[in-house]
Design a protein around this ligand. Structure first.
Ligand SMILES: NC(=O)c1ccc[n+]([C@@H]2O[C@H](COP(=O)([O-])OP(=O)(O)OC[C@H]3O[C@@H](n4cnc5c(N)ncnc54)[C@H](O)[C@@H]3O)[C@@H](O)[C@H]2O)c1
Length: 703
């Protein structure tokens, strides 16, 4: 629905609509400006009510216009709000449903605001590395005060209209029809004003006692909490302008900040990831109209670390789960672990006792396959062993009803070989969760050679239900994330050989922004996981050279936090990693064996070797069609491996550096006398991009 203007007595009701969320793209802005102009100049109109169609006010600007000429084309949001604010006739915003970002800023430009009690208002720009750029930082504090405005804008989270009860932000909060209430208020205001100009938010005084002390405190807290994000500090500065300068100077400051942030790398990275998330749900050869299977009951096989975490996801979403184990003891342990998780959440006040109970009551535990008969989907999370998995799938094939989906949580094994033991390979799919499975947001959905399109579409939809970000991966060893990680870890170990220490490497990459460096991460996950994979490599792929230091650490029984020592030492009950003299000694003697004289490393070399190891493998994964698009890889690293969001994921980061520079740096590493030239041979896609000046993310992301 475009913009519609309807006369209700002397009140013109202007409604704008742009399905699904009334975003404020150029066409909508143009139509809206024309309709408002017509109402303002119409002698039969004394007041205007402005509302949104589709049951909501507006979710804000059209983000696809950001950074394009369309965003600035007249009337831009600032022009539109200026037109509203300059109206000699009162304009009342009728706020229903969602009122966010630019939509909220339009409402702030109106003279009066009436909201439905279910409406939610917010300024989420900070999540895209921006600040509200159409007056939000100037008008909101004038209505609610500096501190509440700062909190709302910094959090980016929407707040219920009822939270503003008694604040001049909302003139009325109503239960019934919002537009009718807004028309009523408009009529009352026409009488009250009797020809005088309506009040404007820009003219409201903003006096704030102890402003400097508050702003100083806010700046210090923000610098500590968001060291790599420029938007939060810019928001404080913009609000400070609102409190200390006249309105026009404040608006000018806000505009400068907005433009600087918009063209800066952090907002670019965050917007890239925003579009990446939308794109990941789309699978080129699986149309949105693909029929879905119903998933009302789920089975989970194996009540270990992963099985219990996976189970919790479904219980939290209100989906009953049947958890199956080999033996009573393991089953009881798994059920107890689930109960403990909920008890912990109740203790921390994150969940009510009743909710915890309700979720637990959705769990059935069993030792018998026939109890899975009613399940629509069963996820296997048993030991990472092909024979064990194949046995489980044979039993599932024999026990499950026709149409049930058979999923494996395998991290490395060939899904097609698992599917081949069943008579229904098209019903088999990989659902690779990350540990802890009830916390980590990533789900790699592994598409086997025979996986049915409806099975894939169903699992992608289900991922949303359990609040995961799902990325499709083809079948290969390690899928997207772990296959790249293996090369990253190999580089980390080579650098130990050459002279770096585990703590030095961890510090460098954590300084780059990773949540955890490779050695702290291995100690957390268990060093035996990598050991197991390397043993397989030594047998299957002897050409893949590996430093043997990691094996020696494992041979000493130093498997990580779970054994009290790994790459680091851990004091009982303390997860803080302490550098280990034993490991230092082990590394020194290994270097001596190889005849390597240790050398110094710069942080830049450590970071570049680790990140470009990811990028080069990512390029192979893209070229082979294992990943659909570069931005999918970025999401995998953001949500599964703690890659810093503000750097946009490994492929987004490589795009920002430029493929040419990446390849040039890799050539330097290949010339290192202790380097591995084969390792640093650019993947064909990376070489092509370096030659053409292209980017991994140049296509597909915004489609
Ligand atoms: N731990 C991780 O970080 C992680 C991450 C992603 C995927 N995975 C994958 O998840 C799977 C499980 O890993 P985990 O860490 O939970 O292991 P785990 O050892 O903690 O749990 C495995 C459980 O499966 C049970 N089990 C073994 N054989 C069984 C059978 N035939 N029938 C029923 N139950 C059986 C065991 O009793 C055990 O409780 C593996 O395939 C692993 O590669 C693990």
């Amino acid at each position: 629905m475009p913009v519609v203007k309807v006369q209700d007595g002397r009140v013109a009701v202007v409604t704008f609509g742009e399905p699904p969320v009334n975003s404020l793209g150029l066409t909508t802005r143009r139509d809206l400006a024309a309709a408002l102009d017509a109402a303002i100049t119409d002698p039969a109109t004394a007041a205007i009510v402005l509302g949104g169609a589709n049951g909501l006010f507006s979710a804000g600007a059209d983000i696809t216009e950001f950074g394009t000429p369309k965003m600035l084309a007249a009337p831009n949001l600032i022009d539109l709000i200026a037109l509203i604010e300059a109206s000699p006739k009162p304009i009342v915003a009728a706020i229903e449903g969602t009122c966010l970002g630019g939509g909220f800023e339009i409402a702030l430009g109106c003279n009066y605001r009436v909201a439905g009690s279910g409406a939610r208002l917010g300024l989420p720009e900070v999540k895209l590395g921006l600040l509200p750029g159409a007056g939000g930082t100037q008008r909101l504090p004038r209505l609610v005060g500096v501190e509440p405005a700062l909190n709302l804008i910094l959090s980016g989270e929407p707040v219920p209209a009822t939270a503003f009860k008694g604040s001049p932000l909302l003139d009325r909060i109503v239960e019934g029809p919002v537009v009718a209430a807004a028309v009523e208020l408009a009529n009352a205001k026409v009488e009250e004003l009797s020809g005088r100009a309506p009040p404007r938010v820009r003219n409201r005084p903003l006096r704030e006692p102890a402003l400097d002390a508050f702003l100083g405190f806010a700046r210090n807290s923000i610098k500590a909490a968001f060291p790599n994000y420029p938007a939060p500090l810019a928001i404080v500065d913009a609000i400070a302008s609102a409190a200390t300068q006249d309105f026009d100077a404040g608006i000018a400051a806000e505009r400068r900040w907005f433009s600087e942030l918009l063209h800066g790398p952090v907002s670019g990275a965050l917007r890239h990831l925003f579009f990446a998330e939308r794109a990941a749900a789309k699978i080129p050869d699986v149309p949105e109209s693909t029929p879905l299977r119903e998933v009302k009951r789920v089975g989970v096989i194996g009540a270990g670390t992963m099985g219990t975490g996976i189970t919790i996801n479904f219980l939290n979403a209100g989906i009953p789960v049947v958890l199956l184990e080999l033996g009573r003891e393991a089953l009881d342990k798994g059920v107890a672990r689930i109960a403990e998780t909920y008890e912990g959440q109740v203790r921390k006040g994150r969940l009510t006792k009743e909710d915890a109970l309700a979720r637990r009551s959705l769990l059935d535990a069993t030792l018998n396959y026939p109890d899975l008969a009613e399940c629509d989907l069963v996820i296997e999370a048993v030991f990472e062993d092909m024979d064990v998995k194949r046995q489980v799938f044979e039993r599932l094939d024999a026990s499950l009803k026709p149409g049930a989906i058979l999923a494996s949580n395998t991290s490395t094994l060939d899904l097609d070989r698992i599917a081949a033991v069943t008579k229904r390979p098209s019903d088999v799919i990989g659902m690779h969760f990350f540990s802890p499975a009830n916390v980590m947001k990533l789900l790699e959905v592994v598409r086997g050679r025979a996986t049915g399109k409806d099975v894939l579409a169903t699992v992608m939809k289900l991922a949303r239900t359990i609040r995961k970000t799902a990325v499709v991966s083809g079948v290969c060893d390690g899928f997207i994330g772990n296959r790249m990680l293996e090369q990253y870890l190999r580089q980390a170990l080579f650098m130990l050989d050459e002279g770096a220490s585990p703590a030095e490497i961890d510090r460098a990459i954590e300084g780059f922004g990773f949540a955890m460096g490779p050695f702290r991460m291995s100690d957390l996950a268990g060093n035996d996981i990598g050991w197991h994979i390397r043993k397989r490599r030594y047998a299957d792929t002897p050409t893949m050279v590996y430093s043997r230091i990691a094996d020696r650490v494992c041979e000493l029984g130093r498997l990580g936090q779970k054994t009290g020592s790994g790459w680091y030492d851990y004091r009982p009950g303390d997860r803080n990693a302490q550098p280990s003299a034993v490991v230092d000694e082990l590394i020194s003697s290994y270097r001596a064996e190889l005849g390597l004289v240790p050398r110094k490393f710069t942080k830049a070399e450590i970071v570049d070797r680790l990140v470009y190891a990811l990028v080069n493998e990512g390029a192979k994964i893209l070229d082979e069609g294992i990943a659909t698009r570069a931005s999918d890889i970025d999401l995998v690293y953001l949500y599964g491996y703690g890659f810093p969001a503000w750097r946009g994921g490994p492929m987004g980061y490589a795009d920002a550096v430029g493929a040419f520079s990446v390849v040039h740096r890799m050539a330097e590493f290949a010339r290192n006398p202790h380097g591995d030239p084969a390792f640093w041979t650019p993947a064909p896609l990376l070489a092509r991009l370096a030659a053409s000046g292209g980017a991994f993310n140049s296509t597909g992301v915004r489609s």
